[in-house]
Write a protein that binds this ligand. Structure first.
Ligand code: SF4
Length: 460
């Protein structure tokens, strides 16, 4: 499966006696699905910044005593999956640096396209780098543009420097000793939300992270593409950094990354996936006994497929919630084991049945192959795979670790070859044309690059 990008969370208490560390950790837990390699926080008490981070999931990095030791009334947090740089401790974020006797911290979601070039320029000027992550370029870019101490940098100017230097795809939290600056790129590739309650101000990659607050108390809005938000002295200020209206919202957020209870790019994710399932059923009907979802991300699409086709939805595969997602296993043998640990077939449901197996997407094709094998071992009579998105035929340059085209099953094989390879009775996708027709004018706001070949067409 695909590697995700990262998750960002920030909290600012309007009461400076309140410690926000626990709040940030809670926020990161809600965003855990966006990155499981490392987690970290940086918190300011208005005078100094303290940082704590580690490798692994949020619950393994933090414990109660840490949330009591690290104190401050505003701060930022990060859960990481690396799209650039290795998965080691030194690359965990927030990245905290010191300049002119002041600390500042960075939590970054995105990919700096020209990072190799920028690094070379800085190294030739004598800069050294402690990490292999492209995020470390950001403090270098900033201190090269501002000569005063960081707490005196103007938020709008910071936004402009970042926008012209590290675009096109980024979401960024910058923590200073006196404020937080939040930046979202002008194309809006990744979602980013702002929430204000009576007592605090919060930022998160997905609005589902705000569900810890009673809805009636929370004033939530999406941070606009190209907007900079400053949170200082309990007040929110907004600046337009780049007025671009040519959005490129990542469609994979809708298909797979975001939580179903999130609302990204103006749509509820569960309802969007259900719609995609319906679309897939109408385009690719099949005579079968039951629809079964590949849990968890395939559930909403399977529900849509079932509703549109009239074929009952059954729980033919149970998911063990206490096992991490399989994509964290880089080795194929481990991935195979990961599928068996994560998904368990219910023989009594699938035996002697003609199945429609619904999933959200196929990247390398290895996971689905093992699932079909398990279903057949448990007596499935026929297995028809239906994918509630178009074929993934291209890589991503904007922060998602989609493999090289040579490793994408849909880029290298025909539908017939895929059917044989994964041992399915049939396999079908939503065509890109059908998806675009169903999105109507909304289609223009999405990035669909990974579903198109280099000529801008689907590989069908
Ligand atoms: S190429 Fe695909 S994964 Fe990358 S931003 Fe576009 S839609 Fe998202």
């Amino acid at each position: 499966m695909l590697m995700e990008n990262c998750g960002l969370f920030a909290a600012y208490s309007k009461d400076s006696r309140y410690n926000v560390t626990g709040r940030i950790i809670e926020g990161l837990l809600a965003l855990q699905h966006r990155g499981q390699e490392a987690a970290g926080i940086a918190v300011s008490d208005g005078i100094k910044i303290q940082t704590y981070k580690g490798k692994g999931v949020v619950n393994s990095v933090f414990n109660k005593s840490i949330s009591q030791k690290i104190k401050g009334y505003f701060g930022i947090g990060h859960v990481r999956y690396s799209t650039n740089g290795f998965s080691n401790f030194v690359n965990a974020q927030p990245l905290t640096v010191r300049y002119k006797n002041e600390f500042f911290s960075i939590a970054h979601n995105g990919q700096i396209e020209n990072s190799a070039e920028l690094k070379k320029i800085f190294e030739e000027k004598g800069s050294i780098f402690m990490t292999t992550s492209d995020t470390e370029l950001i403090p270098h870019l900033l201190v090269n543009n501002f000569k005063k101490a960081p707490s005196k940098w103007e938020s709008k100017e910071v936004g402009k420097v970042i926008d012209k230097s590290i675009g096109p795809s980024y979401s960024l939290l910058l923590l200073f000793e006196n404020k937080i600056i939040v930046l979202r790129d002008a194309f809006g590739y990744r979602p980013l939300f702002l929430c204000e309650t009576k007592n605090g101000i919060y930022v998160a990659s997905e609005d589902s992270a705000f569900k810890i607050f009673p809805l009636r108390d929370a004033n939530i809005r999406e941070i606009k593409p190209g907007e900079a938000v400053e949170i200082k002295d309990g007040i929110i200020k907004s600046y337009e950094i780049n007025p671009n209206k040519n959005y490129k919202f990542c469609f994979f957020e809708q298909v797979y990354f975001a939580r179903p209870d999130s609302n990204v790019f103006g749509e509820n994710v569960h309802l969007m996936r259900e719609k995609l399932g319906e679309l897939c059923a109408k385009e690719n009907p099949i005579d079968a006994d039951i629809v079964i979802p590949v849990m968890d991300s395939g559930f909403s699409a399977a529900l849509g497929y079932s509703k549109a086709s009239g074929i009952p939805l059954e729980m033919g595969l149970m998911r063990n919630k206490y096992v991490g997602r399989t994509f964290i296993d880089p080795d194929i043998q481990e991935r195979k084991l990961g599928v068996r640990r994560k998904l368990s077939p219910v023989k009594e449901v699938i035996e002697n049945k003609r199945l429609v197996l619904v999933d959200d997407s196929i990247v390398r094709g290895t996971t689905v192959k093992y699932i079909v094998k398990m279903l057949r071992e448990n007596g499935a009579q026929e297995v028809h795979i239906r994918i509630a998105s178009p074929m993934v035929v291209n890589t991503c340059h904007w922060g998602v670790d989609i493999p090289d085209k040579n490793d994408l099953i849909c880029s290298t094989k025909s539908l017939k070859e895929i059917e044989v390879l994964v041992n399915a009775d049939s396999i079908k996708f939503i065509s890109l044309t059908n998806l675009l027709n169903s999105l109507g004018s909304d289609g223009r706001k999405y990035c669909l690059h990974c579903f198109q070949n280099d000529w801008g067409e689907t590989s069908f």
